[in-house]
Design a protein around this ligand. Structure first.
Ligand code: XLS
Ligand code: NI
Ligand code: NI
Length: 441
């Protein structure tokens, strides 16, 4: 059966196309750094927002009109699955991602839920055999059910810890079965509300223990996907332990996990942490820990994770700048952890939203690539830091000096001069110029 019968396969038609169901900038076959855009950008559809999300918000009921709305239970799960692969094919995306409870309904009984998973996973495997779309990552939902109210691996209740372990164990088995390229941990409730009732040290130690057990089990069953932590500062928990990339790095190093994990960086989580998206990407990149990306954007007027489809070209350009400088995303990808607005309730919106996001990243890629080719920022930055390439600066960088020598040197300086202007207004104007020129083709 067809769920999106009115839509044909979405194709690249170029910047002059007025077809709402065509790519204007994303040309999957166009080469970038020797790879096609498809291979480089590795777009993924997130199952939860696109197929499970119903448009509810804390004040209102579901709004989304979906062709499988008349099903329920496992029939709904199967209908969604069928629809999802039709969608992937029509959008021509190479990847998708899911939580365990996106693909089957969550039951109170763990055994029953596992049975449901055992029923759906072979069906997914069958689709994967004939589809070009692969599994970028899977994860466990350990935040929706009431049992997770005080966390999963950081719950004060040891039974909850055990339950979480069972779910991740199953998730790794599913990841292996379906050839997942990564496994994600997003700790939505791994944090605390008040220190008055919290043993922070025990919770963090338990989280470290939990991750070690996951690493051990993956090794045991031969799951070789990349482990990813997805930092977020808050929401739903007031203070989340993996606040941002820097906090995550401190945690991984403290618990001896930094060679086992990388980061899945979400744009809207970065801004919630008071950072830009590109800041989080940069921190991960310079330490070799940039794993994958949840591509979305927040709303500067709203203080929560609005998960909008990315359309801000400054942001996609600066993000792609980091990703290109990283040499791509390796086994990661650009996952649209993004949802259509509550008012965008029909299925056409699902296609248009993904097209908007993919085009925005494709355009950002072209601009970023040109900025890198022309060495616009590199040359400027080299010049700005040139004092570290000769004389005392070179000695500092090469470790050939100490406080005695530096003090001696400093006492001889007549007056420290500010040599290189930061020129940020000019650099922003150049960025504008590159963006506009990219539109010219
Ligand atoms: C929520 C997170 C979540 C993760 C996967 O804010 O972004 O959707 O990506 O659990
Ligand atoms: Ni996310
Ligand atoms: Ni999020």
């Amino acid at each position: 059966m067809s769920y999106f019968g009115n839509i044909n396969k979405v194709k690249y038609e170029g910047p002059d196309s007025k077809n709402p169901f065509a790519f204007k900038y994303y040309n999957p076959e166009e080469k970038i750094n020797g790879q096609t855009m498809e291979e480089y950008l590795r777009f993924a559809v997130s199952y939860w927002h696109t197929f499970t999300g119903e448009g509810t918000d804390p004040f209102g009921q579901a709004t989304m009109i979906r062709p499988y709305n008349n099903f329920s239970g496992m029939d709904l799960a199967k209908a969604r699955l069928e629809a999802s692969f039709e969608f992937f094919e029509k959008m021509d995306v190479p990847f998708f991602c899911f939580h365990d409870y996106d693909i089957v309904p969550e039951s109170d009984s763990l055994a029953e839920t596992f049975n449901n998973l055992d029923e759906i996973v072979p069906l997914i495997k069958d689709y994967l055999k004939t589809s070009k779309t692969k599994l970028l990552w899977n994860t466990a939902n350990m935040f929706s059910h009431p049992r997770w109210l005080s966390g999963a691996a950081t719950s004060p209740n040891a039974d909850v810890f055990a339950y979480a372990a069972a779910k991740v164990k199953k998730g790794l088995e599913i990841g292996k079965e379906l050839g997942a390229q990564n496994y994600v941990f997003w700790g939505g409730r791994e944090g605390y509300e008040t220190l008055l009732n919290t043993d922070m040290k025990l919770e963090l130690d338990n989280l470290g223990r939990f991750f070690h057990m996951a690493v051990d089990y993956a090794k045991e069953i031969g799951f070789d996907g990349q482990f990813l932590i997805e930092p977020k500062p808050k929401e739903p928990t007031k203070h989340q332990y993996d606040f941002d990339v820097a906090t995550g790095i401190a945690f991984l190093k403290t618990y001896g996990l930094d060679d086992k994990f990388k980061f899945n960086i979400e744009a809207n989580h970065a801004t919630l942490a008071g950072h830009t998206f590109e800041h989080e990407l940069r921190v991960a990149r310079i330490y070799g820990l940039l794993g994958s990306v949840d591509a979305n954007q927040g709303d500067p007027l709203l203080g929560w994770d609005t998960d909008e489809f990315p359309t801000d070209l400054y942001s996609t350009t600066l993000a792609m700048y980091e990703i290109l400088k990283n040499g791509g995303l390796g086994s990661g990808g650009l996952n649209f952890d993004a949802k259509v607005r509550r008012g965008s309730f029909d299925t056409d919106d699902l296609f248009m939203a993904h097209i908007a996001g993919m085009d925005s990243f494709a355009l950002g890629t072209r601009v970023a690539q040109k900025l890198i080719e022309d060495r616009v920022l590199d040359d400027f930055i080299d010049e700005r830091y040139s004092s570290y390439t000769t004389g005392i600066g070179r000695d500092i960088v090469e470790g050939k000096t100490d406080f005695h020598k530096l003090s001696e040197y400093a006492l001889k300086i007549d007056k420290v001069e500010n040599k290189n202007s930061g020129r940020q207004e000019n650099l922003k104007a150049i960025l504008n110029q590159y963006l506009i020129n990219a539109f010219r083709g």
